[in-house]
Design a protein. Structure first.
Length: 182
C-alpha cells in the first residue's frame, strides 16, 4: 500500500524548505512518497508565476536526489486556475492513500479554497508549521517549520542580494543561466 502526500504550490522558485519540510512531514506521518503538483495559476494569487517549463525544470533539479519525491504536471497540463479538489478527485484512484500537505500560511485561508470541506473529507490535510505563524490546530505536524519564501528569494535576486543558502545550487545555476526574476 502506497501512502502519498500531495503537495501543491507555485514553486517559483523551489527552495530548500520545499524539499526538507515535506520530507520531514512524510517521515512524521509514516507515508511513502510526496507528490509535488506545481500549479499553473493559483486561484488565490494575483501574480502570474514564472513560465511552467522553468518551474518544472527547477523543481526537477531541486528533487533530483530525492527518490521519495515525484512531480505531477496535472495542473500545468490543464492550464488556467486549478482547484485542489479537482486535482484530488483526478488523482485519488491512483493512490492507496492520498493526504494533502499544506503550509500554515495556506491553512489560515483554507476556508477560501474551493470546496474546502470536501478537501478535508477526501484528503485529510496535514499542516506544515511555518515560521512566524502560530496555529493551535491538532493537524499541525510536530516538525521544524517551513522557513523562507519564494517571494523573498525573487526579491533578493532582483536586488542582487545573496540568496544561495535558500535554494539548491543547481536551481541557483538554472536561475542565473536563464536570467529569471531580474
Amino acid at each position: 500500500m502506497t501512502r502519498t502526500l500531495l503537495y501543491g504550490g507555485s514553486f517559483d522558485p523551489p527552495h530548500i524548505a520545499h524539499v526538507q519540510v515535506p520530507h520531514a512531514a512524510m517521515e512524521c506521518l509514516q507515508f511513502d512518497r510526496v507528490l509535488y503538483v506545481p500549479a499553473f495559476q493559483s486561484p488565490l494569487k494575483e501574480t502570474t508565476p514564472t513560465s511552467a517549463h522553468h518551474r518544472i525544470a527547477m523543481l526537477e533539479l531541486a528533487l533530483a536526489a530525492c527518490p521519495w519525491a515525484d512531480i505531477s504536471t496535472i495542473e500545468i497540463d490543464k492550464e488556467g486556475s486549478s482547484f485542489t479538489i479537482d486535482t484530488i478527485e483526478a488523482l485519488q484512484g491512483n493512490y492507496d492513500e492520498l493526504r494533502l500537505l499544506v503550509g500554515a500560511d495556506q491553512w489560515e485561508q483554507f476556508d477560501q479554497w474551493h470546496r474546502w470541506e470536501d478537501i478535508i473529507s477526501m484528503a485529510n490535510p496535514a499542516i506544515m508549521p511555518r515560521e512566524g505563524i502560530e496555529l493551535s490546530d491538532t493537524s499541525v505536524l510536530q516538525i521544524n517549520p517551513l522557513s523562507g519564501a519564494s517571494t523573498t528569494i525573487r526579491q533578493q535576486i532582483r536586488r542582487e542580494e545573496c540568496f544561495a543558502e535558500s535554494i539548491h545550487p543547481e536551481v541557483a545555476t538554472y536561475i542565473a543561466q536563464h536570467g529569471l526574476y531580474l
